[in-house]
Design a protein around this ligand. Structure first.
Ligand SMILES: NC(=O)C1=CN([C@@H]2O[C@H](COP(=O)(O)OP(=O)(O)OC[C@H]3O[C@@H](n4cnc5c(N)ncnc54)[C@H](OP(=O)(O)O)[C@@H]3O)[C@@H](O)[C@H]2O)C=CC1
Ligand SMILES: Nc1nc(=O)c2c([nH]1)NC[C@@H]1CN(c3ccc(C(=O)N[C@@H](CCC(=O)O)C(=O)O)cc3)C=[N+]21
Length: 291
């Protein structure tokens, strides 16, 4: 068993970006600027947005955090996005999800200027990704591809099983892994809550991407010897012995699954940090494309 160390790989990407940004600054060029919108004060969202702002500081990007009340109207939120769309200094815009129930995520995402859509959630970005055209790729699946690339994990001809079909993780992941470049060229099975015989399907997988949001769902008896395990899930479970009062659990039962795996991502320190590194790469790309 070998660890796919997302923390280390993410640091390497951020170090590279830091050099590129310093170079741009030296040449008198604009430095990348990420604007994040956070609606309400959901604990996990606060943590993620704070981590993104910190990554900007570390790499020399400019960042703006726009905080809006949980009861803000959809109209006001769309206005805030329009303002960032037209601000020539802002290169990338992300609206942290989930949003309060009275706001349509679809509408919000479609309002973001596709040229600034560093989350890769806009229908235009998704369409381009499906066609294999250059575009912003959603940060989590993009981060996973970068991790596989960094560790030179062989994916060609492998059977990849993706569990979860969300627009932000599972579905784009399935499309990227089935793509005809490296990493990719997998035969992909995309599973969800209506999949029959999930265990049997998983047992045939050379690569499993678990993105369903149920802690320790993937057990040793679902995994073939030598499989590559990518654990996307992050759930906060209560742990009174910790100062925070919780610990993070992945969708994979790491203790029992890791001995059977060839490669495995830990939680924390796996896919999470890669998501942020991928977002930074997208923001750099947004800046470079326009300036
Ligand atoms: N590390 C990171 O950077 C990130 C981590 N996450 C984490 O990843 C997990 C998934 O997130 P997200 O994709 O947004 O989740 P969603 O809740 O949007 O989607 C979950 C998916 O899993 C499927 N599912 C649920 N239960 C089962 C089951 N018993 N068997 C098979 N499939 C099932 C659902 O099926 P159906 O469609 O039928 O409902 C759905 O497609 C969460 O823990 C989240 O916190 C998310 C984003 C980034
Ligand atoms: N518009 C939008 N874009 C997103 O990219 C987005 C989103 N909304 N909503 C929620 C999910 C989740 N997500 C994570 C980012 C970083 C970590 C991360 O850094 N995790 C650390 C631990 C962090 C902790 O301590 O909680 C790790 O796994 O090591 C996790 C999850 C981005 N998401």
């Amino acid at each position: 068993m070998q660890i796919l160390d997302g923390k280390k790989a993410a640091q390497a990407i951020k170090d590279e970006l830091k050099i590129s940004v310093a170079q741009r600054a030296n040449e008198g060029k604009k430095i990348p600027h990420l604007a994040a919108i956070l609606v309400g004060n959901n604990g996990a969202s606060e943590t993620y947005v704070a981590a993104k702002v910190k990554a900007c500081e570390e790499t020399g990007f400019k960042s703006t955090l726009v905080r809006l009340e949980a009861d803000i109207s959809e109209y006001k939120l769309l206005e805030a996005i329009e303002e960032l769309n037209t601000d020539p200094d802002v290169d990338g815009i992300l609206v942290q999800l989930p949003l309060p129930k009275h706001i349509s995520e679809k509408k919000v995402i479609s309002t973001i200027d596709p040229g600034k859509d560093v989350d890769g959630f806009h229908p235009m970005s998704v369409g381009k990704m499906v066609e294999g055209l250059p575009t912003f790729i959603a940060a989590t699946p993009y981060g996973i591809m970068l991790l596989l690339e960094q560790y030179k994990v062989e994916t060609k001809g492998k059977h990849a099983v993706v569990i979860g079909r969300s627009n932000i993780v599972g579905r784009p992941m399935s499309i990227l892994l089935s793509g005809n470049s490296n990493p990719g060229n997998c035969t992909v099975t995309l599973c969800h809550s209506h999949t029959a015989n999930l265990k049997e399907i998983c047992l045939q997988a050379d690569i499993i991407v678990a993105a369903l949001g149920i802690p320790e769902f993937v057990k040793a008896d679902m995994v073939k010897d030598g499989a590559v395990i990518i654990d996307v899930g992050i759930t906060r479970v209560s742990d009174p012995s910790r100062k925070s009062g919780f610990k993070l659990k992945g969708d994979v039962a790491f203790e029992e699954v890791s001995p059977k795996s060839s490669w495995i991502t830990p939680v924390p320190g796996g896919v999470g940090p890669m998501t942020i590194a991928a977002l930074m790469k997208n923001t750099y790309l947004a800046c470079e494309t326009k300036n």
